[in-house]
Structure formats: C-alpha cells, structure tokens
Design a protein around this ligand. Sequence first.
Ligand code: 2HG
Ligand code: ZN
Length: 471
Amino acid sequence: MAAHPDHGGAAGGRPTLDRGLLRALEDVVGSPHLLVDPDLVAPYVVDWTGRFVGRAPAVVRPGDTEQVAAVVGRCAEAGVPLTLQGGNTGLVGGGVPLSGELVVSLRRLDHLGEVDAAAGQVTAGAGVTVERLQQAALAAGWRYGVDLASRGSATVGGSVATNAGGVRVLRYGDTRAQLVGVEAVLGRGEVVSHLGGLLKDNTGYSLPGLLCGSEGTLAVVTAARVRLVPPVTHQVVALLGLGGVGAAVEACGTLRRSVPSLEAAELFLDDGLELVCRVTGMAPPFDRPHRCYLLVEAAAPHDPTGELAEGVGALAGVGEVAVAADAARRAVLWRYREAHTEAVNTLGRPHKLDVTLGLGELAPFVERVPSVVAALAPGARVWLFGHAADGNIHVNVTGLQPGDDRVDGAVFELVAASGGSISAEHGIGTAKRPWLHLNRSPAEIAAFRALKSALDPAGVLNPAVLLPPEG
Ligand code: 2HG
Ligand code: ZN
C-alpha cells in the first residue's frame, strides 16, 4: 500500500509518494512525463491569480486515454488523491493541489479529430485548447459556439469539467449545450466512451450532461465530441454608454428581440473602464464617462450593421455609441471588456465571485454589493463586470487577504437571498464549497455524494472540490 500524500495544508512540507507507486507511474507515462523536480512541479501548484497555492509530490502527464486509465487505476488502488488539471485557467482553486494531491495534467491529450463536415461535429482531446478547436472548426467551414477570454490556454477537458460559459451563451448556450458525446475515465480506471455523436440517442443516462460541470469529481474527461454551429461572415460590435445597470438590462431584453443576430451583450462600469485604460494605456472610448457600458456584438452570414443600428437606435437612455465593423476596431472595443481580468490582477490577488442573478435583480445587486463589502472590509475595492444578458456578474474584490473569506460569504448570502446562484460559470472548486448549501438542498447534496461514491468509490478524483467536507 502506498503512502498517502500528506494532507497537512499548504503551509506544511512537501508531500511524498511511495517509491513503488512512483515507479509504477513512471512505467505508465515514461520518465520525462513524471515530474518530481520542485522547479518543474511549481507551475502546476499555483493558479494564475496567485490566490491559490498548493503543493504536490509530483505531476504526472499521461499521453493518451489508456495511460490516464492506468494512472487513475493505480492511484485508486493505493488510495492516493489526484488533482486534475487542464490549462490551469480556473478561478476557484479547483485545479490546484491545495491538499497535497498528485497532479494529473491532461494537456498532452491534444489529439484533435477531423471535423465531420456533414454532421457539423468534431472530437477533441481534453488537452486541446478552446482556441485550437475554434480555429479547426473555422478551417472546416463551421464554428465552435463557445468563446471565452482565456481561449488560448483553457482546454476542452477543463471547459467540459466546469461547464464553461463565456461570451456567447446568449446565442449558443454553455459548454453542456455543445456536448454530444464524451470519453472519460471513472474513479477505478474504467474507460467509458460514447463519442458516436448521434443526435437522437435515448439509451439511458446522459453521461455528457452529468460529467459536464462535475468539476472532475466523478471522472476524468479525456475527450469530448461537440456540435458546431454555422459560420458567420460579418460581425459588428457596438459599445453603448448608459446611465446605469437597469438601462443595460432593459437594452439586452429589447436587443434580443429586435436583433436576431445578437450574440454577445457584455457589461462593465465606469471605474473598471478607468482601471483598464490606466493599465493597458488605451484611450477611453468616449470623451465623457458613463456609469455603465454595454458591449454588444451581432454576427451573421449577411452584414448585420443595419439591423444592429436600428435596434440600438430604438433604445431609450443611450448616452453615446461607438460602432466597429472592421476586425481591428472590434478588437479594441472587446479589449475594454476582456482586459478587466488582467487589469484587476495588477492590484493584487483578487477574490473572484462569479455569480448569476435573475435579470430583475441585477441592478439592485450591483447597487448593494459595494456596501456589503465595505461593511466588512472598508479598505477593499469592488470591480463588477460580466455577461449582462445571462445575468452573470463577476464580482472581483481586491485589497483582501487571500485566506480571508468573510466578504465572499457575505456576497454569496446576498446572492442567495436575491434568488441567484453562487457560481454562474466558474464552478464551485475548493473556494466556494462552504457555501454550496446556499444553492443546493441537503437532499441534492446527498444525491451528489451518492453519485460520487458510485463513480469514484475510492474517492481519489478531485476530493477537495465541489462537495463540502462531511460532518
Ligand atoms: C470573464 O468573463 C471571465 O472575463 C473571467 O469569466 C472573469 O476575471 C473574472 O472574474
Ligand atoms: Zn465570464
């Protein structure tokens, strides 16, 4: 029996693994892919915000599904817990070995199949980046419906595990809505594979639906078959300066009805824009500031400029509008929104609270959050931006200690009291486990635990993720 990694928390020494197990893992993946040198392990134990720092005895990098199965099987026998990692772009500490787990990096599973042009589908290995999948789809005359700011590093496996959302959910749905098949390794090393891509296939439980969003707690996703959407040839972006979030929500509702080609409606505020401009050196989009900004994109096989202009023209309360049709100017308008994450990170390690509210609750929530934070942490600052049409706001709080989660709790309480969800698209990870009960009943959490023990009986897959500790 191998020794368990030490679960003494991030402050302890480096966890160790039984030598016999290490040798067995090396036999499976080959010595270049079993990393034990602390310098090589280091990038795998910290998330990119720097808020979550863990420790690992080693990193194992399997190259195919059989190797994943062998690694999981051996570790399950030995009772060694694993942290599964894709592009390490997660924001809730789910991909970092916070309790000394062995890291399994899935990045080498980067096989991308041929696009099935007739079906509009493709199968991608867990380690393929979202951007590479998007490019392959475009090259084959199709398009992948999911897009997100971390597209260059986020992987298919991670985006399936967390049911990633992003900026086009309003038109194409989340990652779960794209999935038509999945291949995965269950907790004892059994491979389940259902990648045929049949659109009509009522032969029992839907594993894609179940595993998507399970955050690596039920199985290791090794490949996904996804549906593609028709390509667009024309895109136009407009940035609207508005008096407040209420006006932005109203504009989203109107534009969704009047502009069928609408595919994104993103929100940010005056202080966030000012920070982005300061950090990036970009000039502000307008001569005068507005309280709130709504960035909308329309995309179609025909030029949607007229349709969007007409829709925007009919809106009430729009202060100013900037329109961009060519790619370079569209990218500038998008950067005002997408650079929020990197700009906030320059202020220190943020607490990232990714929440959804019903659309009617969004404006009152945005009004209230700063005072809820100030009551507990007067020196902290709140940055609010997100995906307006989805009711999804990213509450970023700077000026807090990484381990001080009183503000997190207070914001989540407010979200739950407003009927919202404490995780819109980033998942529960390790960071939000203590508050899962705000959104999920005891019966639901018991059902989650039953699923976990059925599919991962040894409890080795991401044991510190999603489910709160028992007792
Ligand atoms: C986004 O929408 C991402 O840009 C990141 O979900 C959000 O940095 C964040 O809090
Ligand atoms: Zn987001």
